[in-house]
Design a protein around this ligand. Structure first.
Ligand code: NAD
Length: 470
């Protein structure tokens, strides 16, 4: 198991020799002691990224593409190794870890295909005289801060477009799940990534390490995935050096079921939207808004499916205590428990799949991210009310809606305040699509054709009229 810092192509201890423990959330046992970087280690990593930037930015797009393509093949060929490690440090069932490996690897293939397609434009100015040219350049050294819920995919979603664009980077993975990122660094080296292009620093004190990097004028870009609270702090810290920022933050996804929906399909989609990753996903359905005429049928079908879905533990005791407190708060306010509502006995941070009905609008779990296997159901009586309820949140990452009415689907796409809409589907994530949110859910998009733009600057060149005009 790799447990050291990865700086300039070398595996090193933290300068002061400190380490921190990584636990297996299924057993609460220590999995590994990992190097605990301090501010000096972080700056060494930035030194390496800055030293590598000029040469890396000039490599042929095809060369960057082929490194990504090789990395894709390597990750896929090591699916079991990655999946076992993800399950060990993050807790999700092995089948879900394998799915994360496939999803995470797909960003490598997608951006391998994007690297040779970076292009500028050349046009004639409207007055017919000057020529207008744009040139795309890598934005420069980047800092990536990633969460624990998808230890591989949240890293590849940033690293792959940065490599494709010709940026160098420092990755700081979550302290709860640093092992997968270290394994991925080894794969990229094997795929031929030059030293210094990717540096990985693990730390138990993220603020102390990222602070000096954000203050350093050599850093040009910050991309963060994590909670809105930490994202806001990092946006403020990034202001000083006027950094380009990409922010993938929290969500409070509404899942709308209209009276004309296929209720079986809605329940199938709902269980995925709710329980994939144990509910610990930014795109997890957080509130079920169901038309009153179909609420009873939908609730029964969702509860039946949730009861048989294989669940892993939550990431840690703190997360489980938060989920449990949110459920208790709703029940105290009058919600009825249909299934679950408690943690099972025994080791591991497990929490039972839970469905709540008659949830009052004031219950905290309707405004906060639950991040656990809990489905609160509330009812509405018309489309306008459904849209109003869906938009009554500061978040705007994803919405899900089930309806057979095409025009209604299109109206929803234009009236829901969201970065993404799952129409008759419970899963939106796709490396070929622009993933991201509006309002407090973030800034920028990852994946799709949009994903690489986050790592490119545009230089505009005004060219004089080749026919001699002014
Ligand atoms: P978190 O904000 O606690 O941590 C995320 C990362 O930030 C970790 O690497 C952590 O070490 C680091 N961090 C924490 N405090 C920091 C500080 N003061 N300075 C610098 N770095 C700091 O979030 P989490 O609990 O790891 O992840 C869950 C959150 O991530 C949820 O809110 C979820 O919605 C969000 N998320 C969003 C997306 C998305 O694409 N929108 C995807 C996955 C997760």
């Amino acid at each position: 198991m790799l447990t050291k810092l990865y700086i300039d192509g070398k595996w090193t201890e933290a300068v002061d020799g400190r380490t921190f423990e990584v636990l297996d959330p299924s057993t609460e046992e220590v999995l590994a002691d990992v190097a605990d970087a301090g501010p000096q280690d972080g700056l060494h990593a930035l030194d390496a990224a800055c030293a590598a930037q000029a040469a890396w930015g000039r490599t042929a797009p095809r060369e960057r593409s082929e490194i990504l393509r090789r990395a894709f093949e390597l990750v896929i060929s090591r699916t079991e190794h990655f999946a076992t490690l993800i399950t060990a440090e993050m807790g999700k069932p092995l089948a879900e870890s394998r799915a994360e490996v496939a999803y995470g690897a797909e960003f490598l293939r997608w951006f391998a295909e994007e690297a040779p397609r970076i292009s500028g434009r050349f046009t004639t100015a409207p007055d017919g005289r000057n020529r207008l040219m744009t040139v795309k350049r890598p934005v420069g050294p980047c800092l990536f801060v990633t969460p624990w819920n998808f230890p591989l995919a949240m890293a590849t979603r940033k690293i792959a477009p940065a490599i494709a664009a010709g940026c160098t980077m420092v990755l700081k993975p979550a302290e709860l799940t640093p092992l997968t990122a270290l394994l991925f660094a080894e794969v990229l080296t094997e795929a031929g990534l030059p030293d210094g292009v990717l540096n990985v620093i693990t730390t138990a004190d993220p603020g102390a390490v990222t602070g000096p990097l954000l203050a350093d004028p050599r850093l040009r870009k910050l991309s963060f995935t994590g909670s809105t609270a930490v994202g806001k702090k990092l946006i403020a810290a990034a202001a000083d050096q006027v950094l380009r920022v990409s922010m993938e933050l929290g969500g409070n996804a509404p899942f709308l079921v209209f009276e004309d929906a296929d209720i079986d399909a809605a329940a199938d989609g709902a269980v995925l939207a709710k329980l994939r990753n144990g509910g610990e996903a930014c795109v997890a359905a957080n509130r079920f808004l169901v038309h009153a005429d179909v609420a009873e049928e939908f609730t029964a079908k969702l509860a039946a499916r949730m009861q048989t879905y294989p669940l892993g533990p939550l990431i840690d005791g703190r997360t489980r205590a938060k989920v449990s407190a949110l459920v208790d708060d709703a029940v105290d306010a009058g919600a009825q428990v249909v299934i679950g509502g408690k943690a099972p006995e025994g080791k591991g941070f497990f929490y039972d799949a839970t469905v709540l009905v008659d949830v009052p609008l004031t219950a905290k779990l309707l405004s906060e991210e639950i991040f656990g296997p809990v489905a609160p159901i509330i009812t509405f009586t018309d489309e306008q009310e459904a849209v109003w309820l869906a938009n009554a949140t500061e978040y705007g990452l994803v919405c899900f809606a089930y309806t057979r009415d095409l025009n209604r689907g299109l109206r929803l796409a234009e009236s829901l305040e969201t970065g993404m809409l799952g129409l008759n589907t419970g899963i939106v994530s796709n490396p070929a699509a622009p993933f991201g949110g509006v309002k407090h859910s973030g800034i920028g998009r990852e994946g799709g054709a949009e994903g690489i733009e986050e790592y490119l600057e545009t230089t505009y060149v005004a060219v004089s009229d080749p026919f001699g005009g002014m």
